[in-house]
Design a protein around this ligand. Structure first.
Ligand code: 4AD
Ligand code: MG
Length: 477
């Protein structure tokens, strides 16, 4: 018999016919009621195995975690909590699961413990919900751009350039680490390496996206990016996914509008398509917060927070305006910030970003026109000669979720900037060619996908929204 997905059966109106489900046992109560989950939904379907119908040896093998198939009649449920259930007629055990050894027990496990068994945590309700939401958000992003005529381009993962100029890259090499070939002056002989040059894992697909935009007009990338920064925080991964749209003939306002529309679209899509999962995660958070003091609990529950972001315009202000607010703020005057802001030009730390979003405005914020000195080489210099056409979007509970800018399209200004920042011109001549041949104003941004998923799911640690997190000291599975 053809297998039905549990989600479809739970949503179906008709009963009285034969069905077959396959999945993993969540619980088995009273040697009679099997709760089965197949990952298609957060919910389980109940199969009732009346004792007289089945061999006791088979019944014994129905344990939490076992993979089974159940065939029987779909009937209206007598118990509360579910509309339908299956009257089991045939049960097949595909894979036994020794309850003595299975690390997942039918009880609440800590997220830290589950991180150590990332290969099994997909099977918990929480991670099922998180990864279905991650899937929905990923699809929403492709749909958003596709509906607007953007071309999805695949930027390379191995690159010979440092897009952010920050130098925190993972080296890619096939040289024998125990016997590295050296040149006469004692340096690594990169000519003998696989690509005959130094290569790294990409930190961003932006530069390649720019090449695409200067021909295809509206493009985006969506792929893994790698940063060897040693930040062991709940917001940083060494391998994370980034969405990077790049648009020709676009200015800072267009760029902000596109980013705000995109973020709202992803939130709206998730609200419409992942209701059960969001409600589960909302309840999970409420339970978790019960143990916290009142002042540390969130002001809004998860769904309310998502709807709030959807229904309200993001606040837009310049870096200069933000610095004024921060310098006049209580925590700055009372030196409560770890990094007290003394003057214009200071880089904003996450404590400042969170103050603006969570305390001052209580809304998502778009900050623009940062000092050139604290931003990347490719950002377009403003008329004042001090600031660049940058924009960062800050989200409550997250901090920076999007970073972007108008790009410096003027060849001479760009070269001057690169020289000042010690960026090798010859190696980047392919990038400069776009400015030599038919350059045009253009802009783009990068959305950190995992930070978006943190926001959508209300999870607190970025390690819990990517299946197999890579962080300093950790590359398991
Ligand atoms: O601000 P970033 O570094 O900008 C860029 O890479 C540009 N090339 C983007 C562009 O204009 N096309 O990174 C963009 C976003 C950040 O706002 C943040 O959400 C996320 O990527 N991000 C990280 N997420 C997880 N772990 C890390 N280590 C991250 N670093 C940046
Ligand atoms: Mg940034």
């Amino acid at each position: 018999m053809k297998r039905s997905k549990i989600k479809d059966l739970l949503n179906s109106e008709s009963t009285g016919h034969q069905v077959c489900v396959k999945g993993w046992v969540r619980t088995f109560r009273n040697s009679q009621f099997i709760a089965i989950n197949d990952g298609s939904t957060i919910n389980t379907i109940q199969a009732v195995a009346t004792l007289d119908k089945f061999d006791s040896a088979l019944i014994k093998r129905i344990t939490t975690g076992a993979a089974i198939g159940v065939t029987g009649q779909l009937i209206e449920s007598l118990g509360k909590g579910q509309k339908v259930e299956i009257l089991a007629e045939e049960i097949v055990i595909y894979g036994d699961c020794d309850p003595e050894k299975y690390p997942l027990q039918p009880k609440k496990h800590s997220l830290e413990f589950l991180r150590e068994i990332s290969h099994l945590r997909f099977r918990t309700s929480t991670f099922g919900a998180v990864f279905r939401i991650r899937n929905a958000a990923s699809f929403a992003i492709h749909k958003f751009f596709n509906d607007r005529g953007f071309v999805y381009i695949h930027s390379p993962i191995i690159t010979g350039s440092d897009a952010e100029g920050a130098g925190e890259m993972f080296r890619v090499t096939t040289l024998d680490m125990d016997n590295v070939p050296k040149t006469v002056d004692g340096k690594v002989d990169v000519k003998k390496d696989f690509f005959a040059k130094e290569t790294n894992l990409t930190v961003s697909g932006q530069l390649e996206a720019e090449l695409g935009a200067l021909a295809l007009s509206d493009v985006y990338t969506f792929g893994p990016t790698f940063r060897a920064e040693n930040s062991n925080t709940s917001r940083h991964l060494a391998e994370f996914w980034m969405i990077e749209p790049e648009v020709a003939f676009s200015d800072l306002t267009d760029n902000m509008n596109l980013a705000e529309d995109m973020l709202k679209y992803i939130i709206g899509y998730t609200l419409n398509h992942c209701k059960d999962d969001l409600e589960f995660l909302e309840q999970r958070l409420l339970d978790e917060e019960k143990s916290k003091p009142q002042n540390e609990r969130s002001e809004m529950a998860l769904l309310e927070k998502l709807k709030f972001c959807l229904d309200n315009d993001f606040v837009r202000l310049t870096y200069t305006e933000a610095i004024q607010i921060l310098m006049n703020s209580k925590p700055n005057k009372k030196k409560k910030f770890q990094f007290v802001i003394e003057e214009w030009g200071a880089d904003l730390q996450s404590e400042h970003e969170r103050y603006l979003v969570e305390t001052h405005f209580k809304k998502p914020v778009i900050l623009t026109d940062y000092p050139a000195s604290i931003k990347a080489f490719y950002m377009r210099m403003n008329e004042d000669g001090k600031t660049v056409g940058a924009m960062d979007i800050l989200f409550p509970g997250i901090g920076e979720i999007v970073g972007g800018s108008v790009r410096e399209e003027r060849l001479n200004v760009l070269i001057e900037k690169m020289e000042a920042m010690d960026i090798p011109l010859e190696e980047m001549s392919w990038f400069l060619d776009t400015r030599r041949f038919g350059t045009c104003p253009h802009a783009g941004f990068g959305l950190g996908f995992e930070r978006m998923i943190l926001f959508l799911t209300g999870m607190g640690n970025i390690r819990d929204v990517i299946p197999f997190p890579r962080t300093p000291g950790n590359a398991g599975f």
